[in-house]
Design a protein around this ligand. Structure first.
Ligand code: TYD
Length: 142
Protein backbone atom coordinates (compact mmCIF):
# COMPACT_ATOMS: atom_id res chain seq x y z
CA UNK A 1 0.00 0.00 0.00
CA UNK A 2 1.19 3.52 -0.78
CA UNK A 3 2.20 5.69 2.18
CA UNK A 4 -0.18 8.43 0.90
CA UNK A 5 -3.07 6.05 1.64
CA UNK A 6 -1.81 5.29 5.15
CA UNK A 7 -1.99 8.74 6.64
CA UNK A 8 -4.21 11.76 6.24
CA UNK A 9 -3.99 15.40 7.25
CA UNK A 10 -7.36 16.53 8.59
CA UNK A 11 -8.24 20.19 9.07
CA UNK A 12 -10.80 20.59 11.85
CA UNK A 13 -13.43 23.28 11.92
CA UNK A 14 -12.99 26.14 14.36
CA UNK A 15 -16.29 26.78 16.13
CA UNK A 16 -14.78 29.74 17.91
CA UNK A 17 -16.17 33.22 18.25
CA UNK A 18 -15.16 36.44 19.99
CA UNK A 19 -14.66 34.41 23.18
CA UNK A 20 -11.88 32.33 21.63
CA UNK A 21 -11.36 29.18 19.61
CA UNK A 22 -13.18 25.89 19.96
CA UNK A 23 -12.21 22.79 18.05
CA UNK A 24 -14.28 19.61 18.31
CA UNK A 25 -13.15 16.15 17.25
CA UNK A 26 -15.93 13.59 17.13
CA UNK A 27 -15.15 9.96 16.44
CA UNK A 28 -17.02 7.20 14.63
CA UNK A 29 -16.60 8.64 11.15
CA UNK A 30 -17.81 12.14 11.99
CA UNK A 31 -14.47 14.03 12.10
CA UNK A 32 -12.11 11.07 12.29
CA UNK A 33 -12.61 7.53 10.97
CA UNK A 34 -12.53 5.66 14.28
CA UNK A 35 -14.31 5.40 17.62
CA UNK A 36 -12.07 7.01 20.26
CA UNK A 37 -11.08 4.49 22.96
CA UNK A 38 -8.01 6.19 24.46
CA UNK A 39 -6.55 9.66 24.81
CA UNK A 40 -3.03 10.58 25.88
CA UNK A 41 -0.83 13.60 25.54
CA UNK A 42 2.88 14.17 25.45
CA UNK A 43 4.57 17.31 26.75
CA UNK A 44 7.90 18.26 28.29
CA UNK A 45 9.89 16.40 25.61
CA UNK A 46 12.73 18.61 24.43
CA UNK A 47 14.04 19.05 20.90
CA UNK A 48 16.65 16.26 21.29
CA UNK A 49 14.14 13.55 22.15
CA UNK A 50 12.76 11.04 19.66
CA UNK A 51 9.53 9.37 20.77
CA UNK A 52 7.37 6.77 19.10
CA UNK A 53 9.80 4.60 17.15
CA UNK A 54 7.21 1.92 16.80
CA UNK A 55 4.37 0.64 14.64
CA UNK A 56 1.02 -0.63 15.88
CA UNK A 57 -0.52 -3.72 14.39
CA UNK A 58 -4.11 -2.68 15.12
CA UNK A 59 -4.43 0.85 16.45
CA UNK A 60 -5.35 3.92 14.43
CA UNK A 61 -4.19 7.28 15.79
CA UNK A 62 -4.97 10.95 15.41
CA UNK A 63 -2.23 13.38 16.46
CA UNK A 64 -2.75 17.07 17.13
CA UNK A 65 -0.24 19.58 18.48
CA UNK A 66 -2.78 21.50 20.56
CA UNK A 67 0.09 23.76 21.63
CA UNK A 68 3.51 24.29 20.06
CA UNK A 69 5.00 22.19 17.29
CA UNK A 70 6.56 18.82 16.59
CA UNK A 71 7.49 16.69 13.62
CA UNK A 72 6.29 13.21 12.80
CA UNK A 73 8.19 10.96 10.44
CA UNK A 74 5.87 8.37 8.95
CA UNK A 75 7.36 5.34 7.26
CA UNK A 76 5.83 2.24 5.68
CA UNK A 77 9.05 0.34 5.10
CA UNK A 78 9.46 1.65 1.56
CA UNK A 79 8.54 5.33 1.69
CA UNK A 80 8.78 7.97 4.39
CA UNK A 81 7.58 11.51 4.89
CA UNK A 82 8.01 14.19 7.53
CA UNK A 83 4.93 16.05 8.68
CA UNK A 84 5.11 19.26 10.69
CA UNK A 85 2.33 19.56 13.25
CA UNK A 86 2.04 23.27 13.92
CA UNK A 87 -1.63 24.18 14.32
CA UNK A 88 -4.25 23.15 16.88
CA UNK A 89 -6.73 22.61 14.04
CA UNK A 90 -4.46 20.23 12.13
CA UNK A 91 -4.80 16.50 12.75
CA UNK A 92 -2.60 13.71 11.47
CA UNK A 93 -4.49 10.45 11.05
CA UNK A 94 -2.35 7.30 10.98
CA UNK A 95 -3.45 3.82 9.87
CA UNK A 96 -2.20 0.70 11.62
CA UNK A 97 1.24 -0.65 10.61
CA UNK A 98 2.80 2.77 10.00
CA UNK A 99 6.19 3.26 11.66
CA UNK A 100 6.30 6.64 13.38
CA UNK A 101 8.91 8.84 15.01
CA UNK A 102 7.90 12.03 16.84
CA UNK A 103 10.65 14.55 17.40
CA UNK A 104 11.75 18.18 17.30
CA UNK A 105 9.31 19.13 20.06
CA UNK A 106 9.06 22.84 20.78
CA UNK A 107 9.28 23.86 24.43
CA UNK A 108 5.54 24.54 24.53
CA UNK A 109 4.61 21.37 22.61
CA UNK A 110 1.57 19.50 23.84
CA UNK A 111 0.93 16.61 21.48
CA UNK A 112 -2.55 15.18 21.89
CA UNK A 113 -3.09 11.63 20.68
CA UNK A 114 -6.46 9.94 20.15
CA UNK A 115 -6.41 6.19 19.66
CA UNK A 116 -8.89 3.64 18.33
CA UNK A 117 -7.95 0.96 20.90
CA UNK A 118 -7.04 0.58 24.53
CA UNK A 119 -3.36 0.19 25.32
CA UNK A 120 -2.01 -3.27 24.60
CA UNK A 121 1.76 -3.63 24.63
CA UNK A 122 1.55 -6.78 22.48
CA UNK A 123 0.27 -4.88 19.44
CA UNK A 124 3.34 -2.62 19.38
CA UNK A 125 6.29 -3.46 17.14
CA UNK A 126 9.27 -1.65 18.66
CA UNK A 127 12.10 -3.04 16.58
CA UNK A 128 12.45 -1.74 13.01
CA UNK A 129 13.88 -5.03 11.63
CA UNK A 130 10.93 -6.92 13.15
CA UNK A 131 8.63 -4.36 11.54
CA UNK A 132 10.17 -4.93 8.09
CA UNK A 133 10.00 -8.70 8.58
CA UNK A 134 6.32 -8.52 9.54
CA UNK A 135 5.52 -6.37 6.50
CA UNK A 136 7.27 -8.90 4.27
CA UNK A 137 5.33 -11.77 5.85
CA UNK A 138 2.02 -9.92 5.41
CA UNK A 139 2.85 -9.21 1.75
CA UNK A 140 3.63 -12.88 1.12
CA UNK A 141 0.32 -13.92 2.73
CA UNK A 142 -1.73 -11.34 0.80
P1 TYD B 1 5.78 4.84 24.69
O1 TYD B 1 5.00 3.93 23.79
O2 TYD B 1 7.25 4.63 24.77
O3 TYD B 1 5.48 6.35 24.34
P2 TYD B 1 5.70 7.10 22.93
O4 TYD B 1 4.80 6.44 21.95
O5 TYD B 1 5.28 8.50 23.18
O6 TYD B 1 7.15 7.02 22.57
O7 TYD B 1 5.16 4.70 26.16
C1 TYD B 1 5.87 5.03 27.34
C2 TYD B 1 5.36 4.15 28.47
O8 TYD B 1 3.98 4.40 28.75
C3 TYD B 1 5.48 2.67 28.16
O9 TYD B 1 5.90 2.00 29.35
C4 TYD B 1 4.08 2.23 27.84
C5 TYD B 1 3.22 3.22 28.63
N1 TYD B 1 1.96 3.54 27.96
C6 TYD B 1 0.76 3.08 28.51
O10 TYD B 1 0.74 2.39 29.55
N2 TYD B 1 -0.40 3.41 27.89
C7 TYD B 1 -0.43 4.16 26.76
O11 TYD B 1 -1.53 4.44 26.22
C8 TYD B 1 0.81 4.62 26.20
C9 TYD B 1 0.83 5.44 24.93
C10 TYD B 1 1.97 4.27 26.84
Amino acid sequence: MKLQEQYKIIEFTDLGDERGNLVVIEGDGMDIPFDIKRVFYIYGSDSEVIRGQHANRETEFLLVNVSGTSKVKVDNGTESEIILLNRPRMGLYLSPMVWKDMYDFSEDSVLLVLASRHYDASEYIRNYSDYLAELKKRNCEA
